[in-house]
Structure formats: C-alpha cells, structure tokens
Design a binder for this molecule. Structure first.
Ligand SMILES: [Zn+2]
Ligand SMILES: [Zn+2]
Length: 189
C-alpha cells in the first residue's frame, strides 16, 4: 500500500508500463527518470478505474477533468472512481517557491494564458517572465502558479530549461490560496 509520494518520483502520465514503480526497477537506474512523456515531479497518487499512477499537478488536473467531462457526457457521474484511493501532496509545491523576492512586479497582475479569448485563465499572477534577449518591459508576461508549472515542465520535458531563455521573477510566496484551490478555479487550462 502506497501511503506517500516517494522521494524523486516523477509524473507517470501517458505511459501505462510505468504506472508501477516495480516496473521500472530493472530498466532504469535510480538517478534516471522513467521514460514517460512528462518529467515533472509527482505530487498526487491515484488508484481506481484508470489504474494506479503518480501524477504531477498538471496531469492530475488533466486526468480528473478530462475524465469528468467525458463521463458526464456519457451520462455517468461515476468519474470519481478514477481516484477511489488518492494521496494528494500538492500543497508541498509551495516548498519550491522562490523566497525573499519582493519586486512587486507581479502585484495586481492576472495570468495571461488565454488572453484575448473567452477562455482566459483570470487567476492571480505571481510569476513574471521576460526573454533574456529583450530589454523592453512590454515583452514581460505573467503566469499564475498552475500555468507557470504546466509550461515550465512542458518545456523541460522537451529539453528546454526556462532559466536559460527567460528572466523569471517568482513571487508565488504571495499566494494565499492552496494549490488545490487555485487549480479548481482556473478560467481555462
Ligand atoms: Zn505530468
Ligand atoms: Zn493561469
């Protein structure tokens, strides 16, 4: 019985053979990531109708919401069966936030994901990004915690490190909601 997320555990989204830690035991060494499509650290573990898996915060959100949408469409409200057993350690994400950053650049900003469309995120922004090659303040853009992490790891999983191309101001210490509350009130994904 898994009772907590193991140290160093990566997200296992999209790779059914990697769902169980014992499946990777003889394939990779302990300092390598499993061969999944996502290298983000796992913060959630679920067992249920879709099997057992460790997921990052984004892929947990995706799994839960895509399942809910499709099951409700099919006339069943049993979508919660994908997480009959769940370990949710998402609040630990706050331990990764930068500390002692007080520029105030992010105060009063909204996440820009979906800007200009009716599916705008609208969450409070806590992260400011700007290309290292740009000197213009108008090139800066803002993310909420959820979308910063989603995009950070989407790039990272493809070999691109944000810090190499962006100056990042991380003021997520200002976040007053829980990680779960933020993800449940997003205007878009
Ligand atoms: Zn993931
Ligand atoms: Zn957002």
């Amino acid at each position: 019985m898994i009772t907590k997320i193991p140290e160093g555990q990566s997200c296992q989204a999209f790779d059914p053979m990697m769902f169980l830690p014992e499946k990777t035991f003889n394939i990779i060494s302990s300092d390598q990531f499993p061969n999944t499509s996502c290298v983000a650290p796992a913060y959630v573990y679920i067992e249920g109708a879709h099997g057992k898996k460790f997921l990052c915060d984004f892929h947990y959100y995706y799994e839960l919401n895509m399942t809910r949408d499709s099951w409700v469409k099919n006339g069943t409200d049993a979508w919660e069966k994908i997480q009959e057993y769940i370990i949710d350690e998402r609040e630990k994400i706050k331990e990764t936030f930068a500390k002692n950053v007080t520029t105030g650049f992010t105060i009063g900003k909204e996440c820009e994901i979906g800007s200009g469309t009716r599916y705008k995120c609208n969450s409070e922004a806590f992260v400011r990004m700007k290309k290292k090659s740009s000197n213009s303040e108008t090139d800066a853009f803002f993310y909420c915690n959820f979308h910063f992490r989603k995009n950070y790891y989407r790039y990272y999983s493809n070999g691109v490190v944000y810090e190499d191309i962006y100056d990042i101001i991380d003021e997520r210490y200002r976040m007053t909601t829980t990680i779960a509350e933020e993800s449940s009130s997003l205007g878009c994904v």
